[in-house]
Design a protein around this ligand. Structure first.
Ligand code: AMP
Ligand code: GLY
Length: 425
């Protein structure tokens, strides 16, 4: 079968790496891909939301399965587009239709869904310009800290944790009255702060059945010891030592099953990955957010630990037969460390030549490309997050040390990476 994978990050390189290990993957196409995915298949210069361009590619290359990496095309309705087109309707697409993608695209939609299905999450209220005064009154009596969330997609920047009511009210005004996050903050979810440790849990569902993939923990802050600005993710660890069997049983019973049952009961068309952004508070799991895709950089540790054939899993999901497959995971730890461009997550340059990335790595290490591209015969940086080096080990420490020692062999101008991924384990 020919497969089209949509996206261009480290997540997509990890998915491409895993897809091509399957005997059922004939040709792999990646749109638009990066300098790493070109080693797994054929990159196509088509944007992730260029539905007409993706359609033409599917027909030209006789694609039999489409895998959507990022949220944007899902929220914009790529699944609906394929289903409504006579020439494409037969091609399964891994990802939810636009209605289900609102679990990520609208925080208010996700909160209401959780409330309907009794899924544990922080208490909340939602406000727009229409009930703005009520919102201010709500904030004036709210416990501290106060979490404000822009309802819509805001490139990962739409969540503010305010330490005082004055700050919360000022930010609330900026979001609703002055479009701080554009139309994404026309509606704001105000949420109670949950104090705990976070982890990411992943399911693949066919809308009725599901399988769990290995869980992971990502490191969002730019600085060591989890300090400084939030980023897209600076590294990840899988498995997560504090997610023991008893905790994961609670996660499945209280969160995963009710979510998938909710899709089924509400007739939500969902064949794809569900990313549960969870927090463990006093031993119990709560949902911080849903995403309708895999995580990045979590995928760079989840795929290396997945022993089951990924194409088999995806085809089973498309056929609504996920009750007939089992997921097997590598028992070892996998740790990934992300190399970023100097200045990230603020302004950074692009086009820096990368060297040392092509050195031979041992069996227990894999280099995934994120923001890279090929230019005049060299691999150059093309984004803030540039490369993710994943290594296996029998302990987090062993895997983390290998990850950073191999990443240290790579060089580009301004390169930075955290040297403490997995530090607390
Ligand atoms: P999100 O964009 O929803 O992933 O939120 C970004 C980050 O904000 C999360 O990863 C958490 O670290 C933090 N966060 C979001 N909601 C809450 C909450 N209710 N309590 C504590 N931290 C939160
Ligand atoms: N690593 C978090 C995310 O992919 O949203």
């Amino acid at each position: 079968m020919n497969i089209l994978l949509i996206g261009s990050g480290g997540r997509e390189h990890a998915l491409a790496w895993k897809l091509t290990q399957s005997k059922d993957c004939d040709q792999l196409f990646i749109a638009p891909g990066n300098a790493g995915t070109s080693g797994c298949g054929t990159n196509l210069n088509i944007g992730v939301s260029d539905f007409e361009g993706l359609k033409a590619a599917c027909l030209e290359h006789q694609v039999g399965l489409v895998v959507v990496g990022p949220e944007e095309p899902l929220v914009k309705g790529i699944v609906d587009f394929f289903k409504a087109d006579g020439a494409l309707a037969h091609i399964p697409v891994i990802g939810p239709a636009a209605y289900g993608a609102q679990l990520e695209g609208s925080k208010a939609f996700a909160k209401a869904f959780m409330q309907r299905h009794n899924i544990p999450t922080a208490a909340y209220a939602e406000f727009t310009a229409d009930n703005y005064a009520e919102g201010v009154a709500y904030l004036e009596q709210h416990d501290l800290p106060i979490v404000l969330k822009a309802d819509g997609l805001a490139a990962g920047k739409g969540v503010l944790i305010c330490q005082s009511r004055e700050e919360a009210i000022a930010e609330f005004e900026q979001m609703i009255q002055h479009a701080k996050f554009g139309s994404a903050s026309a509606k704001v979810v105000v949420e109670a702060f949950l104090d705990g440790i976070e982890l990411s849990v992943f399911a693949l569902t066919d809308g009725k059945n599901y399988v769990l993939l290995p869980e992971a923990k990502d490191y969002k802050r730019i600085g060591e010891g989890d300090s400084g600005l939030n980023t897209g993710g600076m590294g990840a660890v899988s498995p997560v030592p504090f997610a023991d069997a008893a905790f994961m049983k609670m996660v499945e019973e209280r969160i995963v099953k009710p979510t998938i049952d909710g899709f089924y009961k509400e007739n939500i068309d969902y064949t794809g990955f569900v990313f549960f952004g969870l927090i463990k508070v006093k031993g119990e799991p709560f949902v911080i957010e849903y995403n309708c895709r895999m995580g990045d950089p979590e995928t760079e540790v989840v795929m290396p630990r997945l022993k089951t054939d990924l194409v088999t899993l995806l085809v089973s999901a498309a056929k609504k037969e996920l009750d007939q497959v089992k997921v097997e995971a590598d028992a070892r730890f996998a740790v990934t460390t992300m190399a970023v461009s100097g200045g990230y997550p603020g302004d950074y340059g692009k086009g820096f030549v990368i060297s040392g990335h092509d050195a031979n790595l041992p069996e227990e290490a894999v280099l995934f490309h994120a923001g890279t591209t090929e230019k005049n015969g060299s691999v150059v940086t093309a984004g803030g997050r540039v490369l993710a080096l994943t290594a296996y080990g029998n302990t987090v420490k062993e895997a983390a040390e290998l990850s950073r020692s191999f990443l240290g062999k790579v060089v580009f101008e301004g390169m930075y990476f955290r040297k403490d991924i997995g530090y607390e384990f």
